[in-house]
Design a protein around this ligand. Structure first.
Ligand SMILES: Nc1ncnc2c1ncn2[C@@H]1O[C@H](COP(=O)(O)OP(=O)(O)OP(=O)(O)O)[C@@H](O)[C@H]1O
Ligand SMILES: [Mg+2]
Length: 295
């Protein structure tokens, strides 16, 4: 099961769209803060509660997402994994009647602070969804979209960023001779990598991936797992997956969410190094889930 909001995100949030060129040049957003180093905390979450109207979907979540590593979010359907991801780039703001309480800091600065521009936040914290959603434009224009919004105009600069982003997304070889073709003419797995290239083109610091591989072919899954390993030195990755083998393969850290009773809020049962969670979980519920006894 997936959520409708995840499948059809508003366009403005998707490519890491930024403020108009007149307001700032490319890279300016990077000047205002210090990026966390490897192993440091990138996103600090303390006592986070989230409500959809009266429904308390997440309760008292405390977790530190480590910088430049892959963190997997696992747990049964409906336990709030997508909700939590959307808290991290404030996409839940777009859903009427929602409310967040508690602390969520990106590089030490409050994600929900008064001076935060959600559009700039979404460039820094990019998102990939279960269903690939390229714009109805050429492959080239999909990737150039964000950099253009940031004010990049010179063709040579755009060409370079499009190529580099497509290379990092493990798609360049397949599309280098058809850059003018529509993004929607690609296969599903290629479209997903195109969406990854589109996000990477605006140099996100965090990449949120909500079940990015559950609707695509195995070859593309392999390519996406490979690219995650290649970019994680630079980008902090959080991936939601229902595939335990995938979580074990790609992640350094794992967080297990659980809603024990329908209608009751979900909690973060256990969080730690993936090697430990998968070999010696400290909570029986985690063990039951990863060994397939429920969920
Ligand atoms: N827009 C919304 N309005 C009201 N309730 C919502 C909304 N989106 C999600 N919920 C509820 O919040 C809870 C958590 O949903 P969420 O989509 O975050 O779970 P999930 O762990 O991502 O599930 P899945 O693995 O099926 O994707 C569920 O009970 C869901 O019904
Ligand atoms: Mg979900």
């Amino acid at each position: 099961m997936t959520d409708a909001a995840g499948a059809t995100p508003p366009v403005a949030t998707e490519a890491g769209a930024a403020a108009p060129a007149a307001e700032r040049g490319p890279g300016e957003a990077h000047r205002h803060h210090v990026h966390a180093a490897v192993g440091e905390t990138k996103v600090h979450v303390q006592g986070l509660n989230f409500w959809y109207g009266d429904f308390n979907a997440l309760t008292d979540i405390t977790v530190d997402i480590k910088s430049r590593a892959v963190t997997a979010f696992i747990g049964p359907s409906g336990c709030g994994k997508s909700t939590f991801l959307r808290c991290m780039n404030r996409m839940n703001d777009l859903i009427p009647g929602t409310r967040v309480e508690g602390t969520m800091l990106l590089d030490g600065a409050d994600i929900y602070g008064p001076g935060v521009d959600p559009v700039d936040l979404r460039r820094r914290v990019g998102m990939i969804f279960q269903q690939p959603n390229p714009f109805p434009q050429s492959i080239y224009d999909n990737v150039a979209y964000g950099p253009r919004l940031q004010g990049l105009k010179r063709k040579a600069d755009l060409d370079a960023i499009v190529e580099e982003s497509l290379r990092r997304a493990n798609l360049w070889k397949e599309v280098k001779d058809i850059l003018g073709r529509g993004g929607l003419t690609l296969s599903g797995g290629q479209q997903q990598r195109l969406c990854i290239a589109r996000v990477l083109a605006v140099q996100p610091e965090v990449l949120l991936m909500d079940e990015p591989c559950s609707a695509i072919d195995p070859t593309s899954v392999q390519k996406i797992e490979d690219l995650m390993a290649e970019i994680k030195d630079e980008v902090t990755i959080v991936i939601v997956t229902h595939n335990m083998q995938q979580a074990a393969r790609v992640s350094d850290f794992t967080a297990f969410f659980l809603q024990e009773v329908a209608g009751e809020p979900a909690v973060l049962v256990e969080y730690g190094r993936t090697s430990e969670i998968f070999t010696s979980p400290s909570d029986k519920r985690t063990e039951d889930y990863i060994t397939g006894r429920f969920g």
